[in-house]
Write a protein that binds this ligand. Sequence first.
Ligand SMILES: NC(=O)C1=CN([C@@H]2O[C@H](COP(=O)(O)OP(=O)(O)OC[C@H]3O[C@@H](n4cnc5c(N)ncnc54)[C@H](OP(=O)(O)O)[C@@H]3O)[C@@H](O)[C@H]2O)C=CC1
Ligand SMILES: O=C(O)C1=N[C@H](C(=O)O)C[C@H](O)C1
Length: 242
Amino acid sequence: MTSIGIFGSMGRMGRAIAEIAPGLGATIAGGSDVGDNPADLARKADVLVDFSAPAALEAHLGAARAARTPIVIGTTGLNPHQHALIDAAAAEIPVLQTGNTSLGIGLLARLAREAAARLGPDWDIEIVEMHHRNKADAPSGTALMLGNAVAHGIGTTLAEAGVSDRAGLTGPRADGTIGMASLRGGSVVGDHSVVFATAGERIELIHRADDRAIFARGAIQAALWLKGQQPGRYTMDQVLGI
Ligand SMILES: NC(=O)C1=CN([C@@H]2O[C@H](COP(=O)(O)OP(=O)(O)OC[C@H]3O[C@@H](n4cnc5c(N)ncnc54)[C@H](OP(=O)(O)O)[C@@H]3O)[C@@H](O)[C@H]2O)C=CC1
Ligand SMILES: O=C(O)C1=N[C@H](C(=O)O)C[C@H](O)C1
């Protein structure tokens, strides 16, 4: 049995992971001998998963490095400095960071990249996401992943082409941009659409998450896979084999 240490264990995702772990061949590291101390949890677990908050990333990564314990990072809203910390940690331990651990989004990103590459410059690309009212970051980590995928498909980067702040007298849409819109409300687990629009027709690729168990399952699958890897930074595609 592999023991998984969860950073963010009392949150929505932490609880979803703990609920299904036993059925997937994993136990949850923790209890009174570990408490809230990241270093203790990192020493106790075979592999760590982080579904907490960006503010906690540095401490959680530091604990993983010190204990040489592989870590799956699902927390979103990370900044460039935090991504640099992940790169540095990956030189010493196996690290997998992803904005979405579901199989469906892995495939959607592939399809979106391919569609963007094949459709060409006459097609405008927009990404729309909706999440529950308590989500802390926008655009979602998944929307950023999808944005990077379509940007790659059209030979640019999301940093170059992404537009997420339309308001006021915006004027006509600029060619080659990738628009991103975020909706928040109620208990929506996570909806993502990639819209390709040209004169007279439109294609929409849509993924709707109805249950956090899809993310929990992917996170556990990633953790079990990561445990056997060499130090490095890995992706969900490698876990899912897509
Ligand atoms: N990659 C993926 O597939 C998915 C990623 N996510 C991401 O995972 C993260 C967590 O989501 P969710 O479970 O819904 O969020 P919750 O707010 O429900 O849970 C967050 C957990 O992290 C803890 N936490 C928050 N801040 C800190 C801190 N500074 N130090 C230590 N612990 C902290 C919270 O504890 P306390 O309440 O005590 O503060 C809580 O236990 C988000 O970034 C979300 O976007 C979510 C779903 C899927
Ligand atoms: O915060 C959430 O809930 C989710 N966060 C991830 C994201 O930012 O994309 C994944 C999923 O959509 C749910």
